[in-house]
Design a protein around this ligand. Structure first.
Ligand SMILES: NC(=O)C1=CN([C@@H]2O[C@H](COP(=O)(O)OP(=O)(O)OC[C@H]3O[C@@H](n4cnc5c(N)ncnc54)[C@H](O)[C@@H]3O)[C@@H](O)[C@H]2O)C=CC1
Ligand SMILES: O=C(O)CCC(=O)C(=O)O
Length: 528
């Protein structure tokens, strides 16, 4: 059945066409994102949800999203998505980090120009027939200092434009390297220096607990008298009341905001201040940017839903469309190794070690580790997938270690999973043969070669004559048909392991009888 996607915000229709062309069913209901109840009612039908900023993907929506696999944000900010809750339910959250950056940077520059020359107020006055030439005295920007708080994708573009406008550009961004600052022609400064030196300050950080109210009354007090403040990033980066007070007192000569603490902002403490310029979150609203992000998000969502390729996810390692098919058998192997160990583990897992040897060591091992953890945790938890498994493992205090090695022994590729609990350490290793099928090649250091079927019996026994006959007899007497039989031992007469594939689940009663077969130490059913 074709995957089904809901577009719940006003995305460019180009997205609908992409979904259609790629064989994904898409419902374009651009107003449903604002209707929380309706969205909650229908979200259970969909595999994908494509949004902009109006749809709030809250805990309640996620709880009702029984089939949801991916949320695609046509844009950058994902503060309208509860990512931890989505991750816990195994839902990938992806965005389009570059598609609207130029447009948003251009908006920030436009807002700076607009507020410096009071264009909106002058326009309203002129069109009202007032011709107030002496009322609107502006400020030239050439030679002025432009201070950027946040110099990532958008901040960097604003920096380039600012330099083009003959401004001196300084930036506060703890993650901006000196090399990058040099390449951009920007002076990297501390926040205090930025506040006291800038004529224009523009905000380009995400909204986090750290960045909330970066511009508060104390920060404003450090600014130059008559400075300007521009916010085209996120409402809440500046304390709106403090900015209003500074506009009223004349400390700030002007402010221009595209974003507000509460959106849609029908009322706001800043509205009505004489030198305040505002737009209704239009930063990304150009035809070019909207087409870019809509096409990009639709392609990314189709890639994931149709082939498992992951791009620009915020809670999952990337898997390219080229590597997805190559990775698939190894994902299956890693999952089987994890599942094997998980089904045999009865006490708390303290440490998980994954060794990748040969060609697989050059693959996307982060994704393979996620697959192994998925297999490991699935027998222990209700719903786990490659998105949620690493987080769930971490929450349970498991230490995860990844080791890459050169080819080992006869196998071209080799993955070994070792699980340490407070009681013991258990390892299981496997490979993928040229037929693309995963095989188990080592259990607890004992070599064997087994393909895992749906119903398996894992038996540990003493390597003594007659064991196989007795076991076969007991299975036969109880109508259990053997599909495959695989043996391995440490040394003749010593510890042995037997992996038997059977055609159907084995009842508890038969399991109990198998445990009484001579030389059997332990029998466990495994399901794959
Ligand atoms: N108004 C609109 O329509 C749009 C707004 N945005 C918003 O613009 C903002 C920036 O987006 P991008 O440049 O794409 O993000 P980005 O992730 O490329 O850049 C953010 C920068 O902020 C820096 N940063 C993080 N914490 C900081 C702190 N405490 N102090 C100083 N710098 C800090 C980071 O190091 C990074 O360089 C985001 O909030 C995004 O949601 C993005 C697109 C459209
Ligand atoms: O989709 C929009 O109009 C808003 C864009 C935005 O804020 C973002 O991409 O972070």
């Amino acid at each position: 059945m074709a995957p089904k996607v809901l577009i719940s915000d006003k995305l460019s229709p180009a997205a609908v066409q992409i979904f259609k062309d790629r064989g994904v069913e898409a419902d374009f209901l651009p107003d449903v994102g604002k209707d929380k109840e309706k969205l909650r009612e229908i979200i259970g039908q969909y595999d994908g949800l494509a949004i902009r900023s109006a749809t709030k993907v809250t805990e309640k929506i996620i709880a009702a999203a029984d089939n949801l696999k991916v949320v695609g944000r046509a844009g950058i900010g994902v503060d309208n998505v509860d990512i931890p809750k989505a991750t816990a339910r195994g839902i990938i959250v992806m965005n389009t980090p570059f598609g609207n950056a130029i447009t948003t940077a251009e908006h920030a520059i436009s807002m700076m120009m607009a507020v410096a020359r009071q264009i909106p107020a002058a326009d309203a006055s002129t069109q009202a027939g007032k011709w107030e030439k002496s009322r609107f005295m502006g400020r030239e920007i050439t030679g002025k200092t432009l201070g950027l708080i946040g110099c990532g994708n958008i901040g960097s573009i604003v920096a380039e434009r600012g330099i083009g406008l003959k401004m001196k550009v300084i930036a506060f961004d703890p993650f901006l390297t000196p090399e990058r600052a040099l390449a951009l022609g920007v002076e990297k400064v501390e926040l205090d220096g930025l506040l006291s030196r800038s004529d224009f300050i523009t905000l380009h950080t995400p909204l986090t607990d750290k960045t909330r109210n970066t511009i508060d009354a104390a920060a404003i007090a450090q600014m130059r008298d008559g400075a300007y403040l521009i916010n085209c990033a996120r409402g809440g980066l500046a304390d709106e009341q403090a900015v209003r007070d500074a506009l009223d007192s004349g400390k700030l000569a002007g402010a221009a905001f595209d974003v507000f603490v509460d959106e849609p902002a029908k009322e706001n403490v800043l509205f009505g201040a004489p030198t305040f310029v505002s737009t209704p979150h239009l930063g990304a609203s150009t035809e070019e940017a909207q087409e870019n992000v809509a096409l990009q998000v639709a392609e990314q969502m189709c890639d994931y839903l149709l082939s498992g390729a992951v791009r620009n996810a915020l809670n999952m390692p990337s898997i390219t469309a080229e590597e997805a098919p190559k990775l698939a058998p190894f994902v299956r192997l890693a999952e089987q190794l994890g599942s094997f160990a998980g089904q045999l583990t009865e006490t708390g897992i303290e440490r998980v070690r994954l060794e990748y040897a040969g060609a697989v060591a050059d693959m996307n091992v982060q994704a393979l580790t996620s697959a192994a953890l998925t297999g490991l945790l699935t027998p222990l938890l209700q719903t786990v997938n490659m998105v949620s498994a690493p987080i769930l493992a971490k929450e349970r205090g498991m230490q995860i270690e990844e080791v890459r090695r050169d080819k080992q022994g006869a196998y071209e590729t080799y993955i070994r999973l070792t699980v340490e609990t407070e009681r013991q350490s258990r390892s299981v290793a496997g490979t993928v043969f040229a037929d693309g099928k995963p095989r188990i090649i080592q259990v607890k250091g004992i070599n064997m070669e087994a393909e895992l079927g749906e119903h398996m019996l894992y038996i540990t026994n003493e390597d003594k004559p007659g064991f196989i006959g007795h076991l076969g007899m007991e299975l036969g007497n109880n109508e259990v048909n053997i599909a495959t039989f695989n043996l391995g031992r440490t040394a003749p007469g010593e510890e042995a392991i037997c992996l038997v594939e059977v055609d159907a689940p084995v009842s508890k009663e038969v399991m109990a009888r198998l445990e009484t077969v001579s030389h059997v130490k332990q029998v466990k059913p495994l399901r794959f």
